[in-house]
Every structure is written in structure tokens, then in C-alpha cells.
Design a protein around this ligand. Sequence first.
Ligand SMILES: CC(C)(COP(=O)(O)OP(=O)(O)OC[C@H]1O[C@@H](n2cnc3c(N)ncnc32)[C@H](O)[C@@H]1OP(=O)(O)O)[C@@H](O)C(=O)NCCC(=O)NCCS
Length: 218
Amino acid sequence: MTQFQFRNRVNAFFKSVREDIAAVQRNDPAATSKLTVLVNYSGLHAIWMHRVANRLWRTGWGQFPARVLSQIARALTGVEIHPGATIGRRFVIDHGMGVVIGETAIVGDDVMMYHGVTLGGISTKRVKRHPTIGDRVMIGAGAKLLGPIEIGSDSKVGANAVVTKSAPAGAILVGIPARNRAESASDETASAESALTETEPADSATAGATGTADSTSA
Ligand SMILES: CC(C)(COP(=O)(O)OP(=O)(O)OC[C@H]1O[C@@H](n2cnc3c(N)ncnc32)[C@H](O)[C@@H]1OP(=O)(O)O)[C@@H](O)C(=O)NCCC(=O)NCCS
């Protein structure tokens, strides 16, 4: 590696650290200073250790040390991210403890996740068996997302939801099994609108009847 490449890598590393800290400050009102975030946010420490583990994992020969590093991160932070998982930029794990992210999981950019979340597999075969999460998704505390499902960008997964099916962009997934509140809300609006359209002729009929009655009485 040339000196120029080395300097570029160091600059990129510090840039990503700065944007990680800024992402925490944007998402957590309790993150009052950069120093507080740097020292006290174990979710961030877990992500930084994962980046090293993932780099080792991708070299092939480094898979054993990568697993060891991932387990050290787990012991220190309570967050277990398999070194093979693909994690986007500015990923925030608030509180951290109890998060499990499986080997074939893919997490987009600007994802926010709380404690107790599982991105888990349901297959025992070595295939893509963990979820793919789009950009800017929020995953509430205790939510379990299982299988090779895809959660569209800008979705929200409610606390303690159990999600086993893919969801489109902008979904709001709550409950067990999770249902898409955004979809049911638009269905309700559509059925309310169609009910309104159906009642309109009846209303004009009534108005007509009233008009007739009025003219009769006049
Ligand atoms: C799912 C969530 C994103 C919805 O937020 P929202 O769009 O602002 O929705 P609201 O809070 O207005 O709630 C809308 C409805 O969904 C219900 N709801 C909200 N969150 C729910 C959840 N996790 N599970 C089941 N139902 C939920 C509400 O009771 C309400 O029901 P109603 O319409 O029958 O009264 C949010 O409630 C949530 O769970 N966020 C996770 C936050 C978290 O984990 N914080 C941890 C901090 S340590």
C-alpha cells in the first residue's frame, strides 16, 4: 500500500467515525456531546469492531479471527453482529444490549435500531437466510425480523413486532405477526371514500325528495 493510499484510508476512517457520532446525536436527544457518544455508546463500539471483523472476514483467511473479534465485541457491548453481515453507513444501535444480526443480513444506510432486535434466520442451510433492511428504517426495541425478507426504505418496525414477511417502502409494521399499519390506514381511507361516493346519490335523492315535499307543501 502506498503512502497516498494509506493516508486516504485513514481519512476515510475518521470521516466515518465523525458521521457515526453525528448520526447518534441526530437520533438520540440524550447524546449531548461528541465525547459522551464516543465514550459511552456501546452500540457504536460494536459497529466499529464489526467493521474490522468484516474486513477480516472478507479476506478469507481471517474468518476465524473475525469470529473471535465478533465474540469479544459481544462480551463488551451485548451486541452480536456476525462478521459476514453487510452494514451500511451511519448505522445507529441505541442501548445495544441483546441485538443479534446474522451472517447474511444486509442493513442499508441511516438505519436506527434499538436494543433486543434480532435480524435472524429461519433456514439451517448456508443460503441467504437473514433479512435485508432498506435505508432510513427504524427498528423498535425487541423487534424480531426473521428469514430472507426485505423491508423497504423509510419503514418503521414497532417495538416487539415479529416480522416474517417482506414489506414495501414506508411500511409501519406492528404486532405479532406484524401487519402493515400504513397499508391498513390507506385501505381504511379508500373504503371510507368509496362509502362516501356510494352515499352521495342517496343524499341527492333525499334532497330531491325533500325538494319535492317542500314544493308540494308550498
Ligand atoms: C410503531 C411505531 C413506530 C408507531 O409510531 P407512530 O406511527 O407514531 O404511531 P402511533 O404512536 O401514533 O400509534 C398508532 C397506533 O399504533 C399502535 N402502536 C404503536 N406502536 C405499537 C407497537 N409497537 N405494537 C403494537 N401497536 C403499536 C398504537 O397503540 C396506536 O394504536 P391505535 O391507533 O389503535 O390507537 C412506534 O410506536 C414504535 O413502536 N416505535 C419504537 C420505539 C422504540 O422502540 N423505542 C425504544 C426506546 S428505548
